[in-house]
Design a protein. Sequence first.
Length: 337
Amino acid sequence: MSDVLSADPTALPAGLTARLLTLADADAAAELLEAAEAVDDTGEHEDAADLTEWWGRELVDLPHDGRAVVTDDGRLVAWATSIAPRGGRDALRVWTEGRVHPEWRGRGIGRALLDWQVRRGTEQHAAFAPPGLPGRLVASAYPAMTSAARLFERAGFTAERYYHAMERDLADVPEVRPAPGVELVPFAWDRDDEVRRAHNASFTAHHGSTERDELAWRSWFTGQRAFRPDLSVLALVDGAVAGYVLGYVYEADTRATGVATVHLGQIGVLPTARGRGVATAAIAASLRAAAEAGCGRAALDVDSENSTGALALYERVGFRTARTRTAWALAVPPVGG
C-alpha cells in the first residue's frame, strides 16, 4: 500500500509537504486543535497526552493510519487519521478525523487529506471486513464547521446521523431511587469483562454498534487513563450486571473550561431489564458520586434517533443539548460486491 498522501504532487499548495504522522507530533497537533477550537466550537479539548494515548493504541497502525502536512521549516499545519476499530454488525465503520489550522484553510489541504482518508479507509475495509460486510467511512462536523461539511458533501459523504452533546450542572443532582430487585454498586475491575459482555448485548440493535472483544474494550473504554471507576455505577439484578454507567474525567477538558466534568461515556441496560428505571437510577448514582468527588458538570452524547428513548430519559434527569454534531458517512461496497 502507498505511504504517500496523493499521487498528484500538486495536491498541496507550494511549500507544503505530507509525511507520516508520528507520536512525536502530538504536542503540535494538540496546539493546532486548540487554535482550531476558537472557530470550530466543538466543545472538545484534547492535549498531547490524549492524542498520544489515542494514536498509540494497539489497534492503531499510525504509520499507515495517519498523515501530517508541514511547511518547509517543519511547522505542522494539518493532520489526519483513518482509524478502523474492527468489527461491525451492519458495516465496518472507519473513523476519519483531522484538522487544518485556521490560518491555512481554504487552500485545498483538507480536500487532499480527505482524498487520502477515503483511499486509506477503503484499504482498511478491504483488510478488516469479513466477506459481504459493507463499509462506512465516518466523519463529524459541528455547526460552526460549515466548510468541513461542504467538503464532505462534495466528496460524496451524506449526513447519516445527528448526535446531541448534552450537559447538566451538578449543583443539584437527582435522588437515587433503585427499582425493587436492583442493586447499585460502584464499578469493580473483577466485573470488567462482565460489563463488556453486557455492553455488547445492550447495543445489539443500536445504529453503528460493534461487538467489542477484550482488546477493543480495553483500548476504547476502560483502559483509558480518563476512566473513573469511582464515578462509574453498575446495576445488578440477581447478582449479575443488568445495567451500567461508565464515567470519564479528561484533564485537558478541566484545564480548558475550569470545570471538572464527568463524561458518561457508556450507558446501557440489558433488554430484559428495561422499563424498570435501571438507567435512571444508575445515572443518578453516577451523578451523585461525581458531585461528591468535586465535579461541577456532567456531559454525554446521544443519537437523536436512538430507538430506546434515551434522549427523553436524559432530559428527564436534567440534561440539555449544548451542541449537535452531524455524522457524515461514505458508503464502501462489500469486498467483491
